[in-house]
Design a protein around this ligand. Sequence first.
Ligand SMILES: Cc1ncc(COP(=O)(O)O)c(C=O)c1O
Length: 384
Amino acid sequence: MSTETNPGTRLGALTEWPAVRQALDLLATPGSRHAIPTPAAIIDLTALNGNLARAAETCRDTGVTLRPHAKTHKCADLARLQLAAGAVGVCVAKLGEAEALFDAGIDNILVTSPIVGRSVAARAADLAVAGASVTVTVDHPAGVAALAAMASTPIDVLVDVDVGLGRTGVPDPDAALRVATAIAAAPQLTMRGVQGYGGHWQHIGDPADRHAAVAEGMRRLTAAIELLDRHGHDTTIRTGGGTGTFEADIALGVLTELQPGSYAVMDAQYHRIDGSWVHSLEQALFVAATVTGATQHWLTVDAGLKAFATDAGTPGSDIGAYLWYGDEQGLLLTDDPDRPALGTHVEFIPPHCDPTIDRYDILHVVEGDTLVDLWPIQARGRSQ
Ligand SMILES: Cc1ncc(COP(=O)(O)O)c(C=O)c1O
């Protein structure tokens, strides 16, 4: 477990890379933001801290627990800021992320993808033995059986309920009861509550439509909770929600714990939806690129398909429209005489933050135009 504060030491083997050494040499130098080897993931620390504080304050004021989803950033240093701002712990999607973040010092972790099979259950059990405060989700008695077979120390468990996404979760209250009954019968497992996450609601553009969709899903979750309560199961934790539904989740009052992820760093697809909460968040994640070519009508930049997730439109830029132009390059359409010169830096707003960050090993942290820190993305690629 590491809580090392020196960036060079914290980066470990990454410091053997010449580009990383160049970035380390730039630390604390005014203007260094624009000299980082590219393509690179950049975090604007002021914007990030503002977003973290906004979510934490809102949760505090409304009596809801905040457990941000670390699948967005996969970075222990960023998770530590979330915890310092008031989060009770973090969520991860996969055991691999949990293992990487626990090794880097984050010990209160909810695994939101239901456990299926003994190999994953064994790793959850190992984490608990190693001292992690790990909570897992299940949506089938087979998952409970796998966990029960592998657990040698107590593990907290939530029943994942399908609130309409159709991705994971028990389909109805009776199925929730069957899973909860199996948990109650397993000596090392402790039923703690439910999870209901609606990913399909997060980017509904109109806030009223989004609220109505969440309300319908929360009715499904409430039906499961009521049946579990009637049978004496603990449903204290009711976790779910994301950046897009944050306001609706609070207003509806069914969830006791919120799991927003993207809110910390934001992306272009979240800027496209309406709503006062989401509009109060600032863009904190950028991808920096270098202008490597210039014609009369476009610039070539060294950030292409490998530099961004490509599922949610093109990278945002106020210089011109971006065109995908292969694995390694993109084009910026502009004939502005004042456009950036060959060799200079440009920064883009990523279309979709989570899978973009997963393409990088390091978050380059800037304050204003100065590079102030380098954070390893410990759980990058740890999707097993
Ligand atoms: C289970 C779960 N909870 C929370 C989130 C966070 O969503 P967002 O990044 O939109 O805030 C996700 C994202 O996919 C998720 O899968």
